[in-house]
Design a protein around this ligand. Structure first.
Ligand SMILES: [Zn+2]
Ligand SMILES: [Zn+2]
Length: 343
């Protein structure tokens, strides 16, 4: 691990002002346009790398933490431990605990962002399953970036305003802050975000009787992360709507329904209906005598599959009234009325 404080010739408790000041002096001294020593450019890059970390509060605290952890171990193995052999047990105990702790706390690999996709399916898809092809936009590592092992995202370019001197009318140049150069992205294609966007196609299967509330996860094909040693994000597919099937099944309030026309007389006397479901199964449904208009007949185990349980679907009765009644039917109805009235 490079010692950024050493590189910038400041102590770890220096203020940001001191760090800036030292950086300004050093970067002027080693600027490749001024300093013709063969290693000047390398040192200049190191100075910038160090400044990039130490001038950023978040990066600095991560760096300080790592630096601190490393020093504890170093002191222990090469110094303290060897001089105090009789403290072996104590030290071993704490070293072991410390090690376990850092193992446990080890930062996971950086991961690219997940991609969310919303999908509309039909009840035919629910009952039969479906093969789908999805096109989506995804960030991948920029192929135009040069070797990024050193992470030099920005390269120095001589400041156009002060022509590299750092001064304008005896004041610090307002463009480069007196440094004499400005930072420009080393990759103009991705502006050094190290990511580019591509259109991707993926084929996947929607399972028969899928859980409509569960997101479908396609692992590892989400956005890539810019870092070399990183994991890809995932694709999350959310089903936001399920449209009716060709056979007239529809979703209402989270359940599956189908309307069924049943004559008044069948409703009064009871009957059985053969209903074909979109999965191709034909089921015999009993309509009990005295079934009313708009009554829902429960068909167990044929509805949605939620959290591993298959719920019921419903047949909604649409009672059909006889429209043209002939004389003999009328005669029977009058007889029917007569009996009803005398009850
Ligand atoms: Zn790039
Ligand atoms: Zn300038």
């Amino acid at each position: 691990m490079k010692d950024f404080y050493d590189i910038l010739k400041v102590s770890p408790d220096s203020s940001l002002e001191d760090i800036k000041k030292s950086y300004r002096n050093l970067s002027k001294k080693y600027h490749p346009d001024i300093n013709k020593e063969p290693n000047a450019e390398e040192i200049f890059k190191e100075i910038n790398e160090a400044y990039d970390t130490l001038s950023d509060v978040e990066k600095k605290s991560i760096y300080d933490n790592r630096r601190h952890t490393k020093n504890i171990r170093f002191d222990f193995t090469d110094g303290f431990f060897r001089k105090n052999k009789n403290m072996y047990d104590d030290m071993f105990g704490s070293w072991y605990k410390h090690n376990q702790y850092t193992e446990f706390r080890r930062k996971p690999k950086p991961k690219g962002e997940n991609i969310k996709v919303q999908l509309e399916l039909s009840l035919d898809d629910y009952y039969r399953g479906k093969k789908l092809r999805l096109q989506y936009k995804r960030n991948i590592k920029c192929k135009h970036c040069k070797d990024d092992s050193k992470n030099y995202d920005f390269v120095p370019k001589k400041c156009d305003v002060c022509v590299g001197s750092g001064f304008l009318n005896h004041n610090n140049c307002y463009i480069c802050n007196g440094v004499g150069y400005v930072k420009i992205p080393s990759c103009t294609y991705c502006k050094s975000t190290r990511l580019e966007t591509v259109t991707e196609t993926v084929d996947f299967n929607i399972k028969q009787y899928f859980d409509p509330y569960k997101k479908i996860v396609l692992k590892g094909i989400g956005h890539e992360h810019k870092d070399k040693d990183s994991e890809n994000g995932d694709v999350y597919i959310e089903i936001i709507n399920i449209s009716p099937s060709e056979l007239g099944f529809y979703v209402d309030g989270g359940s599956i329904f189908k309307a069924a026309d049943v004559t008044l007389v069948d409703c009064l006397l009871g009957t059985t209906l053969n209903v074909i479901f979109p999965d191709g199964e034909e089921r015999e449904i009993e309509i009990k005598a005295g079934t009313r208009h708009l009554e829902n007949i429960t068909i167990e185990g044929t509805g949605f599959n939620i959290d591993g349980r298959r719920y019921a679907s419903f047949l909604k009765i649409n009672q059909m009234y006889p429209l043209d009644i002939n004389d003999s039917q009328k005669e029977l109805l009058l007889k029917f009325k007569e009996i009803e009235d005398s009850k």
